[in-house]
Design a binder for this molecule. Structure first.
Ligand code: ADP
Length: 433
């Protein structure tokens, strides 16, 4: 390889006095010392800069910038061949160094996984004029736990001292320094991610506790209020007494639904909830649900209709869980349908399955919220919903319960028009005669 940085003429040709051997040796030793000092300063700068950086990108930039200060130009190319950091000290007088130089070298496989020194003109395409100004490229891989992460490249320009084996050793030390910093940064990142997750979990638990305290207090306050009135007013007429008792039953029912949902979501989260399959007499279950909510619907002046065929097939599910899911839909229909509206509970066989639907003429659900409401603690915050109690767990529990019974839930809703929640379950036995 030709050597473009060598002095083209010896001193003698210029008429300057020749150096003695001793002087030459002294000069050589001075060069070695100067070089060692430069290398040590470079490695110290890399160690400091990498130590101060606490993410991968910052470490690569620090590495490229210190390396460019030491040699001339430097780049860090990721294992996938992307130039992730680049720095140069080259001025126009030395000839420009384009950043893609390093990517080209990486593509050509220079020093990808093992340290090496490469004459650039052999590495690069002839058409790359920048190669005229670069005499040598050194590459040191950055490897963590056996995985090749990136490669640090250093290129020396025409006016610089050439990069040799000693330079490569120094560059490899610098890469090792970056490796240690990367390991530390990754550990720090993992720790921060875990800390963030713990903080989010703790915040969620606080919010959850605040919400359930509020949710449980509202129906309890109503129950206690009515109970006090009944206890302290002997003169209350039978009709008013019955009305208040009905309110107590309704609030107690809501309270029980909430408590059951909360217990279930905790059990589901811990993977402890199981659903024992059995043959469920759907007609009985649906009639029970209708009886349970009828008074509630009437208390808000909602029309309530039940539509089931006489020969509704039984399903393979779990009686208590089907009741829980349907009650949840019905209570939601009650909560989110303005007074004067209508709620319908209907069921019919569909092929090998049975569809049970709760239809309301309520506020409806926007398409963008349709999937979200099945997530735990998801509530739609609008003026219309804010006034309604709820911890946002009912539908999350319902979906998981239905999936555990090998069924599906679908939602069909139009804002301002109403919603229909449909559960599909597999038929469990022959259609009753
Ligand atoms: P919540 O206890 O808050 O009602 P759910 O999980 O049962 O919890 O419901 C989640 C959210 O879905 C509700 O807060 C409400 O915003 C919306 N939602 C559920 N059912 C209906 C419905 N029938 N009509 C309109 N919005 C509904």
């Amino acid at each position: 390889m030709d050597n473009i940085w060598q002095e083209p003429f010896g001193n003698s040709l210029l008429g300057l006095p020749q150096r003695s051997d001793h002087e030459q040796e002294l000069a050589a030793q001075a060069d070695i010392h100067a070089r060692r000092a430069r290398d040590a300063a470079y490695l110290a700068a890399v160690a400091d800069a990498c130590h101060a950086a606490n993410d991968e990108q910052a470490i690569f930039h620090a590495l490229a910038s210190c390396t460019a200060g030491w040699t001339d130009s430097a780049g860090v190319v990721s294992a996938s061949g992307e130039l992730v950091a680049f720095a140069t000290r080259t001025t126009d007088a030395d000839g420009p160094i384009a950043a893609p130089l390093f990517e080209t070298c990486a593509m050509r496989g220079a020093g990808v996984a093992v340290p090496g020194i490469f004459p650039l003109r052999e590495m690069l395409l002839d058409s790359m004029t920048t190669a005229q100004w670069q005499h040598i490229l050194a590459a040191a891989p950055i490897i963590i736990a056996g995985e090749h992460i990136a490669t640090l490249y250093a290129a020396a320009c025409g006016t610089q001292a050439p990069l040799d084996e000693a330079s490569l050793a120094t560059l490899t030390h610098a890469a090792a320094s970056a490796e240690r910093a990367l390991v530390k940064a990754r550990a720090y990142h993992d720790l921060m991610t875990r800390l963030d997750a713990l903080e989010a979990e703790s915040r969620q638990k606080d919010d959850f506790l605040a919400t359930i305290s509020h949710e449980l207090r509202t129906p309890l306050t109503a129950i206690l209020g009515f109970a006090h009135i009944i206890v302290e007013n002997d003169a209350l007429g039978a009709a008013r007494r019955r009305g208040m008792a009905a309110d107590i039953v309704a609030s107690g029912g809501l309270l029980l639904t909430q408590v059951n949902d909360l217990l279930d979501i905790v059990q589901l989260g811990a993977g402890r909830l199981t659903v024992a399959p059995e043959i469920v007499d759907l007609t009985t279950v649906i009639r029970w649900c209708a009886r349970t909510v009828r008074a509630l619907m009437h208390s808000k002046n909602l029309q309530f209709a039940l539509t089931i065929p006489a020969n509704l097939p039984s399903v393979r599910a779990n009686t208590a869980r089907v009741q829980q899911v349907l009650l949840n839909f019905l209570v939601n229909a009650y909560k989110f349908t303005p007074a004067g509206g209508m709620v319908t509970l209907e069921a019919r066989a569909v092929g090998e399955r049975v569809a049970i639907a709760v239809r309301d003429t309520g506020i409806g659900i926007a398409p963008e919220d349709a999937a979200r409401i099945f997530e735990p603690f998801a509530r739609i915050e609008t003026d219309a919903t804010r006034t309604q109690s709820g911890a946002g767990v009912g539908l999350a529990v319902a979906r998981q319960l239905v999936e555990m019974m090998d069924g599906t839930i679908t939602l069909d809703s139009t804002p301002g028009v109403g919603s229909t929640f449909t559960v599909m379950l597999h038929q469990g036995a022959a259609t009753p005669a």
